[in-house]
Every structure is written in C-alpha cells, then in structure tokens.
Ligand binder design. Structure first.
Ligand SMILES: Cc1cc2nc3c(=O)[nH]c(=O)nc-3n(C[C@H](O)[C@H](O)[C@H](O)COP(=O)(O)O)c2cc1C
Length: 200
C-alpha cells in the first residue's frame, strides 16, 4: 500500500496516529478508532495516563477494550516507537480529546511523552495535526496557545456539537464531530450528516 514496486508512485499510506489525552471526552478517541476501522485505515494509538481516568469515569469501556480497537498500540514512554520518527509515513495525527496540558506541551515542543513527540513530528513534517481541544471556559493563555499552534500549522478542532445535523443522541453528536475532523484528512466516514441546503 505504501509505495509501488518501482518506487515511481509514493502514495501516503492509509495510516493515522491517534492520541487520546485526559480531557473530558474519551469517547471521541474511541469513536475515531471505530471510524478508522470502518474506513480500513491503520491506526497507531497512544494514550495518556489521565485518559485512562476519564475513560473509566465517562464510558463503560475498559482500557483493553479501547486498545483492541487500534491496529497498533504504543506505550506512552516509548520514544523509540515508529511514530516518534518523521521517516515513518502517516496521513497525520489526531488528538481526541486534547487536554490543555497536552496542547501546551505540543505548543512548546517539550515532547516529554510519545504522544507529544508524535505530534511534534507531525508538525515538523507538515502533516495535518488535528487537536480536539476540550476545556471551558478558556483563559487568555489557552487562547494564545491555540493561536500559536494554528500559526505552526495545527488545526484546532474543539468537539462542539453541530446542531444543524439534528442529533438525537450523544453518540450522534460525537460521531458528527469525529466525522468532520476525519474530513480534514480526506477521510469520508459514513456517520457524517452533510448539509444539503435549506429545506423548503
Ligand atoms: C474526569 C476528568 C475530566 C477532565 N476534563 C478535562 C478537560 O475537559 N480539559 C482538560 O484540559 N483537562 C481535563 N482534566 C484534567 C486533565 O486530565 C489533567 O490536566 C491531566 O494532567 C492531563 O494530562 P494529559 O494531557 O497527559 O492527559 C480532566 C480530568 C478528569 C479526571
């Protein structure tokens, strides 16, 4: 899938890095993994310790059930993993959800974990980095950090509900947000309800 045998065609591999950090909304990360499975896209997952806390507080999923959704699971401390190198080709990375702590680490280039290292690599390779930042309200420092990340090329995509899609459940709202962020990688997930103009 990566390259053709002669090396003449070098398509980007259908492979996405997925980070799940400890902001509210672990279900977004879980649904990203479900969507990538539906789409036949290889997922490389890295999860923070705080994300395991939110997972247990907010969902019925166990850590094993979450990681079983991923094609490859990387340890948070494994900075020698494939996704820590820009030479490992991917479509980009999504952090779903993205905590203020993880966002701030990415913005400063501190990269003390594999998650933030992989995000830094995604930025330096000029691949799409989508951050589903979740906090409210934001203080000026949060907003400045988001501006700085946007200037570096990251896409700030907070998981805000699209009420025009008339969701009838929380999962429909989650899936709409997940699908719209996957649009940013050129991935078209069936769960997205697309605007078809005003109804007469
Ligand atoms: C139930 C729960 C909900 C949380 N929600 C948020 C949130 O929405 N946004 C945020 O930035 N931090 C939130 N936090 C705090 C983060 O988990 C905490 O700052 C943590 O250090 C983030 O670490 P990480 O970025 O390595 O995952 C929450 C924590 C818990 C336990």
């Amino acid at each position: 899938m990566d390259d053709d045998v002669n090396g003449a065609i070098r398509n980007p591999p259908a492979r996405l890095v997925v980070g799940i950090s400890g902001a509210s909304g672990a279900v977004y990360g879980a649904r990203v993994l479900d969507a990538l499975n539906d789409l036949g896209v290889e997922s490389h997952l890295v999860v923070t310790k705080a994300a395991l806390l939110t997972l247990s507080q907010e969902t019925d999923l166990s850590p094993d059930e979450l990681t079983a959704k991923a094609s490859v699971v990387h340890k948070l401390g494994d900075v020698g993993a494939t996704i820590a190198s820009g030479s490992f080709r991917t479509l980009g990375m999504i952090v779903a959800p993205c905590s203020i702590k993880t966002m701030s680490e990415i913005a400063t280039g501190v990269t003390s974990t594999l998650l933030t290292r992989a995000a830094d690599v995604t930025l330096k390779e000029r691949r799409p980095l989508v951050l589903m930042v979740r906090e409210t309200p934001f203080h000026l420092g949060h907003l400045r950090t988001m501006t700085s990340l946007a200037e570096m090329g990251a896409i700030i995509a907070p998981p805000l509900p699209a009420l025009y899609a008339r969701p009838s459940s929380i999962m429909e709202m989650v899936d709409q947000s997940v699908g719209r962020t996957l649009d940013l990688f050129g991935l078209d997930w069936r769960a997205v309800r697309r605007w078809e103009g005003l109804k007469s």
